[in-house]
Design a protein around this ligand. Structure first.
Ligand SMILES: NC(=O)C1=CN([C@@H]2O[C@H](COP(=O)(O)OP(=O)(O)OC[C@H]3O[C@@H](n4cnc5c(N)ncnc54)[C@H](O)[C@@H]3O)[C@@H](O)[C@H]2O)C=CC1
Length: 623
């Protein structure tokens, strides 16, 4: 690209900065109308996808002077696109739709010279992506199937999910992978590997349940041992160089500490052992889910210092956010720094490190991931504030908000979610739960999803053909009826409850371990102390029922009477049977829900087409 091309492209991007949402919606409308087969490559819900395109373009234009960074970024983008099934001809279709969409929205900033500059630039971009993807295809698969072998709640919100990929999954400590769950096809989310590569090929991810995160919620609540997920190729350059012995500073906030654990494990295993300072941050003491592991490690490794940092509430450790504590207490000079956590934490930490004199090349972090939620003022004030690449991210939870659904609207098209007995039809939802109309700030001042469908698109929704609307209604009421029937049936777990009168309270409690029913809300220990108390309780020997001799007794046969059944239940036997039954039952329901969701998504796709046509035919803002 010539400097003139760069100048023209920058100016045209500035011209469309205020209409990014419409531009990308128009781009996808054009693409899907011209090439309907391409729609199959994208997830049913397109909101995050829309955000990605513009972010990638902004990154490319922002780094156009840095050939090495461009090559790295586009190479990674091309390799990462293999998991979507993207082929070389798709790039051409995308380029044509992109230029046409820009032409419509750039207004006076668009002319033949600008169009030619964009075509040249896109040729270079797609060329780099295609060649990186082709080279990658010669070496490794596009995706890996991986079976969940462990699923462990580390806190009520954070789950450690361990998978065994079916084929070797080579990666470096500190890298991340995209993950797709079977319930939301083509929706990919990124998680860092929380362990260094192991000979048994097991990989652990730390997943925080996010209110509106489809993949995170599925991984945390729906997934269980035996389920198979898909992994994309490992990505990222936040790795410790081999043969480097500089001291290391690790800053890990929340589940962002996961890649730091992998780096730490790698240093411990392969050396060289150099001073490692690990500032591990969380909002509250009970969110420091890695602290016990880290303290144990620091007892074994004299070179490791662990500094817990808590920003809310009173607890041991340092008080404040990670960047603030780093500024106050941190050692940084001469250190190689690794930073991971919420986007603002990473940005601020990088800034503090730079102020402390750490060279940019010694500060490592993943591409900064922002949730696709922006206030109108942010969008207007900082249309180009994105300095680095951003893979798609799930919106970060807003724990401080009492009503998270008001902060981040639900996925725009309610039918994508299966209807359960507990849910009202979307039309009956309170007005506050409906997605905010684009461009209109909610009265309560909460942020607008700037990439949500516009008010026009939403009001266009009821304009289905009567036949399609009838089919959809039929499907919804069928699902609601099934859910009601399922809810009315006693769950198998309840059918095998032993009679109450033969159980002591302790036995009853032990017969129903809180963590054993999958897909149910996990127990919510209010504090670390309570967690410890629960764990101690579970380690206690099973008390003998009253009236039974205390000497070892042969286990009673299969439930000859109520007392024997109670005895078995106290030993967890009935609970285990109930668990199995409940699990099969829940799985069947989950599959049914998933099937209905898929059908609904397909129906939505066909309903979208008139919307695309209208979007394509509508006049641009400048015309
Ligand atoms: N799960 C994974 O494998 C990985 C997750 N991440 C990212 O890490 C983040 C983890 O989120 P949570 O666990 O909810 O962390 P969190 O929101 O509970 O915060 C963790 C730490 O970051 C600090 N922090 C939060 N917001 C801040 C701000 N605006 N300025 C300064 N410090 C701030 C907190 O004080 C705390 O010390 C997510 O954004 C996730 O995308 C990053 C890498 C890997």
């Amino acid at each position: 690209m010539t400097p003139r091309d760069v100048e023209l492209i920058r100016r045209s991007l500035e011209a469309v900065a205020g209409v990014g949402g419409e531009l990308t919606a128009h781009f996808y409308a054009l693409l899907f109308l011209r090439h309907p087969e391409v729609r199959e490559l994208f997830p049913a819900a397109m909101d995050l996808q829309r955000d990605r395109l513009l972010q990638a373009l902004i990154h490319v234009v922002g780094n156009v002077d840095d050939a090495a960074e461009l090559e790295r970024f586009l190479g990674q983008l091309g390799r990462d696109h293999r998991k979507f099934g993207t082929l070389a001809p798709h790039y051409e279709a995308v380029g044509a739709a992109l230029v046409d969409a820009l032409a419509k929205f750039a207004g006076d900033a668009w002319n033949d010279e600008v169009a030619a500059a964009w075509r040249r630039a896109y040729g270079t971009i797609s060329g780099l992506m295609i060649s990186a993807a082709e080279a990658d295809a010669r070496e490794r698969p596009a995706t890996w199937r991986a079976q969940i072998v462990a699923h462990e709640h580390r806190t009520p919100e954070v789950v450690a999910v361990t998978v065994r990929p079916e084929e070797p999954y080579p990666y470096l400590a500190g890298q991340y992978a995209s993950v797709e769950v079977p319930w939301w096809p083509r929706v990919w989310r990124y998680y860092s590997m929380a362990n260094a590569p192991r000979t048994d090929n097991l990989v652990t991810f730390h997943v925080k349940k996010v209110t509106t995160g489809w993949v995170s919620t599925a991984l945390a609540e729906r997934a269980g041992v035996g389920d198979v997920i898909r992994l994309g190729a490992p990505l990222g350059s936040m790795v410790v160089p081999q043969h480097d012995s500089s001291p290391v500073l690790l800053l890990g906030g929340g589940t962002g500490a996961a890649p730091m654990m992998a780096i730490l494990e790698e240093i411990a295993r392969t050396g060289p052992h150099r001073p490692v300072e690990f500032f591990v941050g969380a909002r509250t003491g009970s969110d420091l889910y890695l602290l016990d592991d880290l303290l144990r490690l620091s007892q074994h490794h004299h070179w490791l210092s662990v500094r817990p940092v808590v920003s809310e509430g009173h607890t041991y450790g340092l008080a404040g956010t990670l960047p603030a504590v780093l500024r106050e207490y941190g050692l940084a000079y001469g250190y190689r720094a690794y930073v991971s956590g919420p986007p603002d934490m990473v940005r601020q930490s990088v800034e503090v490190l730079r102020q402390m004199g750490v060279e940019r090349r010694n500060i490592h972090h993943d591409p900064i991931i922002d949730p696709p939620v922006r206030t109108p003022s942010e969008s207007r004030a900082q249309p180009h504030h994105v300095p680095t690449a951003r893979p798609a991210a799930e919106p970060r939870p807003q724990p401080a908000q009492p009503q998270p659904q008001q902060r981040r609207p639900q996925p725009a098209r309610a039918p994508f979610r299966p209807v359960t007995a507990a849910q009202q039809p979307a039309a009956q939802q309170p007005a506050t739960q409906q997605p905010a109309a684009q461009g209109a700030a909610p009265a309560d001042g909460s942020p607008v999803d700037w990439f949500a469908p516009s008010a026009r698109q939403q009001t266009a929704q009821p304009q289905r053909t009567p036949r399609a609307a009838q089919a959809w209604q039929g499907r919804r009421s069928q699902q609601a009826r099934r859910s009601r029937e399922a809810a009315a049936q006693p769950a198998p777990a309840q059918q095998v409850q032993p009679p109450q009168q033969v159980q002591t309270p302790q036995q009853a409690q032990q017969a129903q371990p809180p963590q054993q029913v999958p897909h149910a809300q996990p127990a919510q220990p209010a504090s670390r102390e309570r967690q410890a108390a629960q764990s101690r309780q579970w380690q206690q020997p099973v008390p003998q029922p009253q009236g039974q001799p205390t000497a070892p007794q042969p286990r009673p046969g299969p439930a000859p009477g109520a007392a024997a059944r109670g005895y078995e239940a106290a030993r967890g036997y009935e609970a285990a049977r109930g668990y199995e039954a409940a699990r099969g039952y829940a799985d069947a329901r989950a599959h049914e829900e998933s099937r209905l969701a898929q059908e609904a998504a397909h129906e939505e796709w066909s309903q979208e087409q008139p919307d695309w046509r209208r979007a394509v035919q509508a006049p641009g803002p400048h015309r």
